[in-house]
Design a protein around this ligand. Structure first.
Ligand code: ADP
Length: 380
């Protein structure tokens, strides 16, 4: 019988694990949130991942459980582990991707460079932080944020009133995370994969471009990155993966500051948008590597296939119809660009696919990838 991998969550990350699983001869099963999910091809169960019974039932049909997102409640993950299920990444690591305050505390203990931060529960505490940091700051909900939701720049403590009210209503208490507004030159991401037995493999550090809090483009490797910068990024990610005991792919989002420091923004413990380029630009994609890692199989080589890979996300626009309507023109325009679609209805701003161009020349890859994304109707 083949090895069965179970993925909780039926989004595009689960979807892109499917071909990798097929090639590795694995059986892949997905617990999807709804019918017609991005990963419906492998969705053996549709159910609510907040429900312990649903998740336990799903776990009993597979050999290892992994994730498309980090939102499965920690208490459920601990129940799975207590019942002897293999969960990768496990809750001891995943808690730091689920809660940004815990992440800041733990990375602080490890001496990792970060933006200055505080956990606050009142407007007074927030006002104090603002005063000490030039009157502006970034406020974040500790849990449940993604794609910039749960992140806002504030200049007055009163702007936090709505989120503080929700905290008060939350029986579990909790706090908001406030950070200095970092003056960054650009954003970077360092991906690393780690097996339970310890082997790690890194891809080159990449530059990510965000628009409206959503990743829009990735340049791999980060243009102009010095060897020293690449080394520092790699050593930060390796340290975090090892010290937190991460298994599978870990994405470390970084700020490169105007005074040449690397500060950790946040962590994702799963394949990540900043690694989609690896499907076409690396010998081993992040999806294949994630599966190898969570099964404790030897990791694949992460050498690049070309000097430059450029990934552009395809976001649904206000008028976009089905993505496939625009295929003909897009594929004809640039036969060398690889198109990946997620089988999602194109609502405005929603990630519905991505394209990757690889080249010896960065400008050429940027031009070709952007052209195809535009022809696909992306709201660039
Ligand atoms: P999410 O969990 O939604 O991805 P992030 O914490 O990554 O949220 O923040 C989203 C974006 O907001 C970042 O990619 C960055 O552009 C900006 N941002 C976040 N924190 C800071 C900060 N401390 N200083 C400046 N910009 C920030």
């Amino acid at each position: 019988m083949s090895v069965r991998v179970g993925v909780i969550g039926g989004g595009q990350l689960a979807r892109m694990m499917i071909p990798a699983a097929v090639n590795l001869g694995l059986e892949i099963r997905v617990l999807a949130e709804n019918e017609g999910s991005s990963a419906q091809l492998a969705a053996t169960q549709v159910g609510d991942y907040h429900d312990p019974q649903t998740v336990l039932e799903f776990a009993s049909t597979v050999d290892v459980v992994t994730f498309d997102h980090e939102h499965v409640p920690e208490s459920i993950l601990r129940q799975l582990v207590a019942r002897g299920h293999a969960v990768h990444p496990g809750p001891d690591a995943l808690q730091f991707a689920q809660d940004k305050i815990r992440m800041r505390q733990r990375l602080g203990e490890l001496g990792v460079a970060m933006p200055e931060w505080a956990a606050v529960t009142s407007e007074d505490e927030l006002a104090e932080f603002l005063e000490a940091h030039g009157g502006e700051a970034v406020l974040k909900t500790a849990r449940g944020g993604y794609d910039g939701k749960g992140v806002r720049v504030i200049r007055d403590a009163a702007e936090a009133a709505d989120w503080l009210r929700i905290l008060d209503e939350d029986a579990n208490g909790g706090a908001l995370l406030v950070e200095e507004l970092v003056d960054f030159r650009r954003e970077l991401a360092q991906l690393v994969a780690r097996r339970p037995s310890g082997q790690v493999a890194l891809w080159p550090v990449v530059e990510t471009v965000q628009r409206g809090g959503v990743c829009s483009e990735v340049f791999a490797p980060a243009p102009g990155a010095s060897e020293r910068l690449a080394q520092v990024a790699a050593s930060i990610a390796t340290l975090i993966a090892e010290e937190l005991g991460v298994t599978g792919v870990l994405a470390v989002e970084l700020f490169e500051t105007t005074d040449d420091r690397l500060l950790v923004n946040e962590l994702a413990m799963r394949p990540h948008n900043s690694g989609h380029w690896s499907l076409d630009g690396s010998l081993t994609s992040q999806f294949e590597q994630h599966l190898r890692a969570v099964l404790d199989l030897p990791l694949g080589a992460t050498d690049v296939r070309a000097p430059w890979s450029v990934m552009v996300n395809v976001l649904g626009g206000p008028d976009s119809g089905s993505l496939t309507d625009t295929y003909g023109a897009a594929l004809a325009d640039q036969p060398t660009v690889k198109v990946h679609t997620y089988g999602k209805a194109p609502r405005p701003g929603r990630k519905v696919g991505h394209v990757t161009a690889v080249s010896d020349d960065l400008d050429d890859a940027v031009f070709r990838a952007r052209s195809v994304a535009a022809l696909l109707g992306s709201d660039l």
